[in-house]
Design a protein around this ligand. Structure first.
Ligand SMILES: Nc1ncnc2c1ncn2[C@@H]1O[C@H](COP(=O)(O)OP(=O)(O)O)[C@@H](O)[C@H]1O
Ligand SMILES: [Mg+2]
Length: 381
């Protein structure tokens, strides 16, 4: 019998102190001249993970992948894959393969030739190779398109050819640089699920780069959030979303409202925050990490704020009055920007459950915002 505890550790090896990481990135930096593209990054990645590197353009994601692949050498630090130091191992001898952002398909080659290109150095009978190519094309649902050239394929199909080619040599780790960025939104969402299925089927580790935080949330076992060459936080999607450790992460992953304040007092798991921006004190659950006088930021996600035309809390705890300043109708939900008396704009997401608009809150309406003490999180940086 496997206990729930053991089972969850098998699925989340990073929580198990005895689990062995497959990839160890140990104090890695990369400098170009005096510029640090990657700065002191240390990460442990486990077999079978779908590990996402997220961050704004230029934060060092591709550079980190290129060092894993062996196309660039760290200036300091080292990379180990399955206990082997990769420092002197050339790219083609590493148990990794990289799928590039541009897909880099050969335009004059057919689909099967492009996929088979991954096997050109593999010594196997032609019939065995043909079988492997056929299986790979079936896996990415391109059976029947063997003879087409890349220009005869849609963006999504080209992406799958590149994926099949990258998997041909059966790498232990596949590195994907913005694998879905060339696809439009609808196709991207569909392809996300395909990618998860394929990863599950082949059972290898995927390390992928994206600047799209929704994509990272939907796909990954864990996310590393990067900024200016550094990793600011690593965690499971829900952990990053619910328990960001600083303002950058809270703001980059999802949308949030940040209220700056000073701790007035704290007792029994509650902090009372003096917050000039809201004109009233705020009450926040916190396990005693802060003391009187500390300057902090309260982060509250837009979907955790209730919006109503009447005050909902007679006591008025965490309740602000404001006016609807902007309103975006997104079909399944609406985004409100509410201006409070102090001029602070607060974002609220409200689900649209009704199709009629008789109760709807509209432009310029006076509204009340309210959230519970456990709705937000206090951040020091
Ligand atoms: N070969 C290079 N020479 C000089 N600077 C580089 C080189 N490669 C990347 N950089 C710089 O390093 C930073 C990180 O780049 P990159 O890793 O491509 O970012 P990302 O993939 O996150 O958008 C950028 O400022 C980029 O201009
Ligand atoms: Mg990049």
């Amino acid at each position: 019998m496997v206990s729930v505890q053991q089972q969850s550790l098998a699925e989340r090896p990073w929580l198990d102190p005895n689990a062995k990481p497959q990839i160890v990135i140990d104090g890695v930096s990369k400098r170009f001249g005096g510029f640090a593209a990657v700065e002191q990054v240390s990460l442990k990645i486990y077999k079978g993970e779908m590990f996402a590197l997220v961050g704004a353009s230029g934060c060092g994601k591709t550079t980190l992948l290129r060092m894993l692949a062996g196309f660039a050498q760290p200036t300091t630090g080292r990379i180990l894959i399955e206990d082997a130091d990769m420092t002197d191992v050339p790219p083609y001898e590493r148990p990794v393969n990289m799928m590039f952002q541009s897909y880099a398909l050969f335009p004059h080659m057919t689909v099967e030739e492009n996929v088979g290109y991954g096997l050109r150095r593999v010594r196997e009978p032609a019939a065995t190779k043909a079988k492997r190519i056929r299986e790979a094309l079936e896996m990415v649902q391109l059976a029947g398109m063997e003879k087409r050239k890349p220009h005869q394929l849609s963006g999504g199909q080209r992406q799958r050819v590149a994926l099949a080619r990258a998997l041909m040599r059966r790498p232990k780790v596949l590195l994907l640089d913005e694998p879905l960025s060339a696809l439009d939104k609808k196709l991207r969402e569909q392809t996300q699920f395909e990618l998860m299925n394929i990863q599950y089927q082949v059972g290898i580790t995927f390390v992928f780069v994206t600047h799209d935080q929704d994509e990272a949330m939907a796909l990954s076992t864990r996310i590393a959030v990067m900024n200016q060459g550094r990793v600011l936080q690593v965690g499971a999607p829900a952990e990053i979303y619910e328990f960001p450790t600083n303002r950058f992460v809270a703001d980059f992953v999802g949308t949030t409202n940040l209220f700056e304040g000073a701790v007035r007092h704290q007792d029994g798991g509650h902090v009372t925050l003096h917050c000039p921006e809201t004109g009233s004190d705020l009450l926040v659950d916190d396990p005693g990490r802060y003391g009187g006088g500390d300057r902090v930021w309260l982060s509250v996600r837009p979907e955790k704020i209730k919006l109503s035309k009447q005050p909902t809390d007679a006591v008025g705890v965490n309740q602000l009055k404001g006016t609807v300043w902007e309103l975006g109708y997104l079909g399944n939900r609406s985004t409100y920007r509410v201006k409070t008396a102090s001029g602070k704009l607060v974002t609220v997401f409200a689900q649209n459950e009704r199709r009629t608009s008789e109760w709807a809150i509209d432009w310029s309406d006076e509204v009340y915002l309210c959230w519970s003490a456990d709705a937000g999180i206090l951040l020091r940086d």
